[in-house]
Write a protein that binds this ligand. Structure first.
Ligand SMILES: C[S@@+](CC[C@H](N)C(=O)[O-])C[C@H]1O[C@@H](n2cnc3c(N)ncnc32)[C@H](O)[C@@H]1O
Length: 302
């Protein structure tokens, strides 16, 4: 077998999944249909790939960084024409399948060291969502990250990532995965998470999306500070108070207490303020949230 002699490499985040129940749960969550085309990030030695190829999916495209795994993977799945493999960095390679068609689903036990940029690549940000969105992502990630993705307001894990992901997708837990499910076992707890991105017509309008991204950056930079302080550059306090009341929060609250829809309501209020001011004949910029770090300029935007 071509994998013989290959040692798991720490720098590539290699922890082979060996627990059959977790593999079952991942594939069940993916709910693969004959019309599905799957992207697998980091097939490793192919434990998950084999399960994906046991499903009725039309195609499984794997992207593996470690050159020394490529021959073994090609050998292992040579008999299945639905399997294709590209060697390289998933953060850099084009992600269409061999025939140029985009995958419908992503299923992967991901290397934890690239989680942030990978989510960026596979889901995107509010102001630049991945287009077209994947129908579903089933990802094995570090538990701490899964908790941040699906956290509710007020929970200690609630962060800008929670707001962003919950406005872009429906995020649910599939199952916890303790270290003993891997070989070698990682030092951290893991979790399988299911992310169903919203279809393009259910996303936020782009001006609101840009504004929410900009608010999140501004507010979560100092997550322990009251919003009265972190948002002070946006408007004089009486106006800020009115905007907050209309959006459904109070200025003594902190950013991790505000639900995603409250951020959207605040963004709408701010953008409407800009529109109203523009209608008055003032020049207040494009409402993209740029320049908000300059207090004077930002006050002018309201
Ligand atoms: C946690 S292991 C999962 C392996 C296998 N899917 C399993 O479940 O046993 C992560 C895999 O991603 C690969 N990998 C790491 N960084 C990568 C990158 N930037 N692009 C593509 N694959 C990567 C590693 O070589 C490894 O095979």
């Amino acid at each position: 077998m071509a994998f013989q002699g290959h040692q798991a490499r720490k720098r590539f985040g290699q922890h082979w999944l060996k627990d059959q129940t977790v593999l079952d749960r991942i594939v069940a969550a993916a709910d693969l249909q004959p019309s599905d085309r799957v992207l697998e990030v980091g097939p490793g030695r192919g434990a998950l790939t084999e399960r994906l190829l046991s499903s009725p999916a039309a195609a499984v495209q794997a992207v593996e960084l470690d050159r020394d795994l490529v021959d073994g993977l090609r050998e292992r799945f040579a008999g299945d024409p639905r399997f294709s493999l590209r060697q390289g960095d998933v953060l850099e390679l084009p992600l269409q399948l061999e025939d140029g068609v985009a995958a419908s689903k992503v299923v992967a036990n991901i290397p934890y060291n690239i989680t942030g940029p990978l989510l960026d690549r596979l889901v995107g940000r509010l102001d630049r969502p991945v287009e077209p969105p994947y129908q579903r992502l089933v990802l094995l990630v570090q538990k701490q990250v899964a908790e941040r993705i699906r956290a509710r307001p007020g929970h200690s894990s609630f962060s800008a990532l929670s707001v962003r992901m919950q406005l872009l997708a429906r995020c649910t837990t599939v199952c916890p995965v303790p270290p003993r499910c891997f070989q070698p076992p990682p030092k951290v707890q893991s979790e399988v998470i299911q992310i169903d991105p919203l279809p393009a017509d259910k996303r936020l309008p782009s001006d609101i999306a840009r504004r929410v991204e900009s608010l999140l950056r501004q507010a979560f930079l100092a997550r322990r500070k009251m919003l009265r302080n972190t948002l002070a550059s946006l408007a004089p306090e009486p106006q800020l108070q009115a905007l907050a009341a209309a959006a459904g929060f109070q200025l003594h609250q902190r950013p991790q207490e505000l639900a995603p829809q409250v951020w959207v309501a605040l963004a709408r209020g701010l953008n409407q303020g800009i529109d109203a001011a523009s209608a008055d004949g003032h020049d207040h910029g494009d409402g993209s949230g740029q320049g908000e770090s300059s207090p004077g300029g930002a006050r002018d935007q309201i």
